[in-house]
Design a protein. Structure first.
Length: 398
């Protein structure tokens, strides 16, 4: 393109990058990862020139930027910065929006976009999608968490016998929980988040519930189970909008203690923990609970360290604030569970979008209002592969 034409708006280019907290060097690094998917690489000096009106990107380069910035290519030709729906979702974060990492920004943008697109698809194809929970149906006071957790354990069928079936199989346990939550009409996604920012999110979008879980949780599958139930608690305790993390809110308006206690007691009863503590000779108050000891205690229960630390506080066997201090330490470390067998692409994609969305897509495919281009964009795969994926995913969801 000629530098004098100026079809692309440099201000929008800069805004799209800065809203996700990407540096130019980070954009260049992300573009290198996309080369194997036939996207054009981008150098920092190129991006600087485009943002400073010295030259213009071509269409292939704009497609790369749109993929990295999680936005349509058309944004770059707008006369002014577009209005987005996402800012409401960042209320309550301990850190302000500008301090979040590009990884978290990108995941939350994609989470919000896919959720809104899903709602629009349901409306466009006139599909019914029964939702068996309601926003704010539970009182979100921490004191109510224990009673409610007992009720929901019975509703979901989580018993000691059921837990024993998953002994040594936390990934299978997570899938079991996810399918149960999705059966409530909840769309569950897994995406990469920076645990130092948030570990999950919950969203009510025009009456439809969505949950996002970090698929690189510090404690792998056991940690994802806790996050899944934690975000489910936010759905049934929140009124509207998106909840990420409320550690920054005043205690009286902070739903985090309720969600923590609800998730912990869903997975482990206080009497079960007391018995385990007696068995290992540790039923006593301690100022410090080393991670190795927490791991020893939690081993039979398929729970994360979060659950044990939260219940130790509630049983007055640990000082107040133990869980928050521990969580900050855990979040500062590298995620566990990397390496090993890499899942096939279609299994990775099904893990990301979940059985619910895959089912909606499969049911929509035969309708005139369905767009294969939109579906391939949402799934991040070529159109010709999208049809095969939906057929396969539909079989998996049965």
């Amino acid at each position: 393109m000629s530098a004098t034409t100026q079809w692309v708006n440099p201000d929008v280019l800069r805004w799209a990058r800065e809203r996700l907290n990407f540096t130019r060097d980070q954009v260049a690094q992300e573009s290198k990862k996309l080369v194997r998917r036939f996207y054009a690489p981008i150098a920092p000096r190129q991006l600087a020139a485009w943002e400073e009106r010295e030259s213009e990107p071509d269409l292939k380069e704009l497609e790369t930027l749109a993929e990295i910035y999680v936005c349509p290519v058309g944004y770059f030709f707008l006369e002014a910065r577009p209005h987005e729906r996402l800012p409401l979702s960042f209320r309550g974060l301990a850190k302000d929006r500008e301090s979040l990492s590009p990884i978290t920004h990108t995941a939350l943008e994609r989470f919000s976009d896919v959720a809104h697109w899903t709602v629009e698809l349901l409306s466009r194809t006139e599909q019914s999608w029964p939702v068996r929970i309601q926003p704010g149906e539970l009182p979100s006071e921490p004191a109510a968490a224990e009673t409610l957790a007992i009720e929901y354990r019975q509703r979901f069928g989580w018993t000691a016998q059921q837990r024993q079936k998953f002994a040594g199989k936390p990934k299978e346990a997570f899938r079991w929980w996810r399918r149960l939550i999705e059966a409530q009409g909840v769309f569950c996604f897994e995406m990469r988040l920076d645990a130092k920012d948030v570990r999950g999110a919950a969203l009510w979008c025009e009456g439809y519930p969505f949950i996002l879980v970090n698929h690189e949780d510090a404690e792998a599958a056991a940690g994802r189970i806790f996050t899944l139930l934690h975000e489910y608690a936010h759905l049934v305790g929140a009124k509207e909008g998106l909840v990420c993390d409320f550690r920054g809110l005043h205690h009286d308006h902070n739903p985090e203690p309720f969600a923590n206690r609800f998730a912990a007691r869903m997975l482990l009863l206080p009497e079960e923990l007391r018995k385990r503590l007696n068995d290992v000779g540790e039923h006593r108050y301690r100022d410090q609970w080393p991670d190795a000891l927490l791991d020893r205690i939690r081993k039979p229960f398929l729970v994360s360290r979060d659950v044990v630390a939260i219940l130790l506080q509630e049983l007055n066997l640990a000082p107040k604030g133990l869980y928050e201090r521990k969580r900050k330490l855990w979040e500062a470390r590298q995620p566990w569970g990397r390496g090993g067998r890499r899942l096939p692409q279609r299994e990775q994609k099904l893990r990301e979008v979940g059985y619910s969305l895959a089912s909606v897509l499969a049911r929509s495919a035969a309708q005139p209002a369905f767009s294969w281009m939109d579906a391939s964009s949402v799934l991040g795969m070529k159109v010709e592969k999208t049809e095969d994926f939906l057929k396969w995913a539909h079989q998996q969801a049965k």
